[in-house]
Design a protein around this ligand. Structure first.
Ligand code: KE4
Length: 439
């Protein structure tokens, strides 16, 4: 049994200070039993709570920690940068350095704007799409999450109604009415929508590899269909690669699937754990953003030199030329992830538990589901009780996973073969517990 006494006390105090005791809902462990460990520090693939428990971390701050926590090169760069001041609110060369490196990896990005969160990136990209096309409707997909801006906190209207309904109090009906939400991975639904409303659509925004309904991959040809029909109808295609960028492959899902979006949203890894996100794409579109163009967007801490430093140090590590005969960073992460998932699948079979294992490069996840998972409806039909048993057993064995079936896990360059072996063994015990819980 895990001793989380100090974390429990800290959680009680925090609940009196911040809504739900956290600054972002998923951290509250609301989807699983028990309260969250409060973290004291992290290093490499390890994370440590204030009760002295040590875990192998596959959350990685929800994606940013691709080189592991407190990487010496990142820490040193930050320490040096801090001595030069933490924020100027003025242009710096390091913003251009990070911009150039991102564009090198994602050539569809001809011009970029740095912001502070994925929410800001997608919100701004949608405003830009509306400003550029002069149209008002946007399309999103059920189960995809793009941050908490009003236009994107919208779920599907009843039936195939073409207007959305607010998915949170505080989002107005008027805002929701301009967002159309349809199922992910449903070519017919998209075709029908574009036939009926294509000329009204400013943008279609999609997680090209979905990570917020659990890890769900696009069906064969699906992204190509999104690209084809948006092009035909003059709607912009926005790839939200805040999570899958630099993970589905080094060049993100757009490189992995060979699709060129009009705009791309990035985050997480490009900040290396500090608040950085960005949106970018075709120059003729991006030049509509102020002060070059009329579409307004701004931010006090956008391009913050410390955050740029962490992002540039992190991206420099994962884009570095490998030693002769060595796999590049991205390939190495993919192979580690594959090894882990093969081990989990073998242990699940031994326990007589059926799971769907999904991987896109270094992002991955499993569903306790007898059937394949291609969209939110499939994901939601997974066995949540089994997930809770699995999650609890893994945490007790020192494996730190996302506390929700609808999240994705992440591999880092700091995870060793021994870490992976230990995680596979722990999964064996956890799957046995799931099997016992079903008797
Ligand atoms: P932020 O505003 O949280 O930086 O980014 C929003 C966002 C946008 N697009 C995608 C594809 C995302 O995954 C996210 C945020 N991801 C969640 C993890 N499911 C962040 C964790 C949290 O909300 O605390």
């Amino acid at each position: 049994m895990l001793n989380l006494e100090k974390s429990a006390a800290a959680f009680e105090e925090a609940k009196g200070l911040m809504p739900g005791g956290v600054n972002s809902p998923v951290r509250s462990y609301a989807n699983v039993d028990g309260g969250p460990p409060f973290i004291a520090r992290a290093e490499g693939a390890r994370i440590y709570d204030i009760d002295g428990n040590e875990y192998i971390d596959y959350v990685g701050s929800w994606g940013p920690m691709v080189v592991g926590h407190a990487h010496p090169q990142v820490v040193q760069a930050l320490q040096e940068a801090a001595t030069r001041g933490t924020s100027y609110g003025a242009p710096t060369c390091i913003e251009s350095e990070l911009a150039k490196l991102i564009m090198q990896v994602m050539p569809s990005i001809e011009m970029i704007r740095m912001v502070n969160s994925g929410t800001e990136a997608t919100m701004s990209a949608l405003r830009l799409a509306r400003g550029f096309t002069g149209r008002e409707k946007i399309v999103k997909f059920i189960g995809c999450y793009h941050g908490h801006s009003d236009s994107l906190l919208v779920s599907a209207g009843s039936g195939m109604a073409t207007f959305g309904v607010p998915s949170s109090p505080g989002v107005t009906r008027g805002t929701a009415a301009d967002t159309i939400a349809i199922p992910y991975n449903d070519p017919e639904a998209f075709q029908k929508l574009m036939e009926e409303h294509g000329s009204e659509i400013a943008a279609v925004i999609v997680e090209p590899v979905a990570g917020n309904m659990g890890c769900v991959l696009p069906r064969q040809g699906y992204l190509r269909l999104l690209r084809k029909l948006t092009e035909e109808q003059g709607a912009l295609l926005i790839f939200d690669e805040v999570m899958c960028g630099f993970r589905a492959s080094l060049g993100g899902a757009q490189a992995a699937y060979g699709i060129t979006p009009d705009l791309t949203c990035l985050g997480k890894i490009i900040g290396g754990g500090l608040p950085v996100a960005a949106y970018g794409g075709r120059r003729e579109i991006m030049e509509k953003i102020s002060p070059a163009g009329p579409v307004y967007q701004a931010g006090t801490l956008s391009g913050n030199p410390l955050a740029m430093t962490a992002g540039l140090a992190t991206l420099s590590i994962i884009t570095a030329e490998p030693e002769p005969g060595e796999a590049d960073y991205s390939r190495m992460l993919t192979l580690k992830t594959k090894k882990l998932l093969l081990g989990w699948q073998a242990k699940a079979r031994e326990a007589g538990v059926t799971v769907q294992a999904h991987q896109a490069g270094s992002m991955f996840g499993i569903f306790f589901n007898e059937k394949e998972v291609w969209d939110y409806e499939d994901a939601a039909a997974s066995d949540q009780e089994a997930f809770k048993v699995w999650f609890k057993s893994m945490l007790e064995q020192g494996i730190y996973l996302a506390p929700s079936q609808f999240e994705t896990l992440f591999m880092s360059g700091a995870h060793t073969d021994e870490d992976i072996e230990r995680t596979i063994e722990a999964a064996g015990t956890a799957f046995q517990k799931v099997a016992e819980s079903r008797k």
